[in-house]
Ligand binder design. Structure first.
Ligand code: FCB
Length: 487
């Protein structure tokens, strides 16, 4: 269950103090000697990738846009959830976030300054279809239309995600992802966006992390819509599979030549010891969290062992309906960490497993940096599912990132995290895994869902008081890597 089952480390208090500091301009703060030492390593890393490899950064609509009541956008489940007392850290919401809806031109300039070759963003469904009647809000489409044009003008290839968790509240009122009608509604929405932007957008991600929005939203209750019902979570996951398939079919019809796929959160589950029970627990968690999503997406239906594990939680679901789904043209992999697994009784998790936290340096999310898990995950995908093309659609880490008095942010931990994971991608490519893109999560510090603004994942710092953007040390490193890679 990835981060869903795992409790996160309490947020750092230091960040609230940090906001009192005015953010300033970036100063390099590095000596020429250090620069050249960094460069040779970075050059060597860049040389491990071919020309045409998509180097990018990612964001998601609700996490960055703000302007939630503007230009006809309807409310989403995340507006409702974040405005419900007690649901998010300090009651924080995405009302303003990074104010990207108004500052998008500057943000595209920033992407160009970083040398990005690709940008993964999501379309806010409630901007496109604000109401239950499905009416199309042209002003919502116009926003993404302008964004796509601006990206292309700067040679930045758009990777468009259709659903990154901000379901229109009007559809939630009809049962949301629990209602089988969501399948046709999502496909219709995909087709609307496809017909408007498909002449310019080649890479389409239908859903972001169905496991997370199914389980964290409906079983663990920590994400919108905040339910505690495993049956509901499995129904949601089922409808997500069908919605991905139906939307992919319509996109194939409406957007000739599109590369269509989805982004899965894949966690590397490893047993906490050699004990047979721990091996079995890790396998169960891999089954419920990874294979439950991979197997149907690759046309194999649900894995029989996990069907047995879920047992009567699946009553009423027509499991055969997910058989024969056409494999994605592009598999998006969101990878952050591994989880060490042991057994536990009495947990609500159907996999009956517990995550052990290794005593190593971890991010402020409590996540271990384990780059080898990315290599292992990629090699496993290649061996077990043979996807034709993979992009790392998210990878990154959160740290306190306290700015210096001059406003510069040096975040060597993030640079080390990103470099080690890019290197793991290169290792996987050397082993024959067809990875053709890498997206740092995230372009900007942003609204980290229930964690609010305290968890900073950006390669660019955002001062949420002033909305000032400052490229962090990791962003400067990424720019250097991309320049060396020939961007
Ligand atoms: C992923 C989400 C993304 C962000 C990162 C940290 O699960 O897709 O929006 O929250 O985690």
């Amino acid at each position: 269950m990835g981060r869903g089952g795992a409790r996160r480390i309490p947020a750092h208090d230091s960040n609230s103090k940090e906001r009192d500091h005015p953010a300033g301009v970036v100063s390099s703060g590095e000596s020429a000697l250090e620069d050249s030492a960094v460069s040779s390593e970075t050059d060597a890393l860049a040389r491990r990738f071919p020309p045409g490899f998509a180097w990018g950064a990612a964001t998601a609509a609700y996490q960055v846009e703000g302007s939630t009541g503007v230009d006809g956008r309807g409310p989403s489940i995340w507006d409702t959830f974040s405005h419900t007392p007690g649901r998010t850290r300090n009651g924080e919401t995405g009302d303003v976030a990074c104010d990207h809806y108004r500052r998008w031109r500057d943000d595209v300039d920033l992407m160009a300054e970083l040398g990005l070759g690709a940008y993964r963003f999501s379309v806010a469904w409630p901007r496109i279809q604000p109401e239950a009647n499905g009416r199309v809000n042209e002003a919502g489409l116009d926003f993404y239309d302008r964004l796509v044009d601006a990206l292309l003008e700067r040679g930045i290839d758009p990777y468009l995600t259709l659903y990154h968790w901000d379901l229109p509240q009007a559809l939630e009122a009809l049962g949301g992802w629990r209602n089988p009608g969501i399948v046709a509604r999502f496909a219709e929405y995909a087709s609307i966006v496809g017909r408007r932007l498909g002449d310019r957008v080649r890479h389409w991600i239908t859903l972001n992390e169905p496991q997370v929005f199914a389980v964290l939203g409906h079983a663990n209750g920590v994400h919108a819509p905040g339910m505690h019902d495993w049956r509901a979570a499995l129904t949601v996951a089922h409808h997500a599979h069908l919605a991905h398939a139906a939307a992919s079919d319509l996109l194939r019809r409406d957007v000739p030549g599109a590369r269509i796929g989805l982004a899965l959160n894949l966690v590397c589950y490893e047993p906490a010891s050699d004990a047979a029970e721990d091996l079995a627990a890790a396998d169960r968690l891999d089954g419920t969290s990874n294979r439950w999503f991979l197997d149907p997406v690759f046309g194999r239906g649900y894995p029989a062992d996990v069907v047995r594990l879920h047992g009567d939680l699946l009553d009423g679901i027509d499991l055969s309906a997910v058989g024969g789904i056409r494999p994605p043209d592009l598999l998006g992999v969101n990878y952050y960490t591994r989880e060490l697994v042991t057994t536990a009784e009495g947990t609500l998790d159907p996999a009956r497993a517990t995550i052990v936290r290794p005593p190593r340096p971890r991010s402020t999310m409590g996540w271990e940096s384990y780059p080898d898990g990315l290599r292992l995950t990629l090699e496993r995908l290649h061996r077990d599912y043979a996807p034709t093309s993979i992009a790392i659609t998210e990878n990154g880490s959160a740290y306190p990132d306290l700015p210096a008095v001059d406003g510069a942010v040096d975040d060597p931990e993030r640079t080390a995290y990103l470099a080690a994971h890019v290197s793991a991608v290169a290792d996987a490519r050397d082993a024959g895994v067809p990875v053709d893109g890498y997206f740092a999560w995230s372009l900007l510090d942003n609204y980290e869902w229930a964690e609010g603004y305290d968890q900073r994942f950006g390669i660019v710092r955002v001062d949420f008081e002033t909305q000032r953007r400052t490229i962090k040390g990791s962003g400067r490193w990424y720019r250097e890597l991309l320049a060396a890679a020939g961007r």
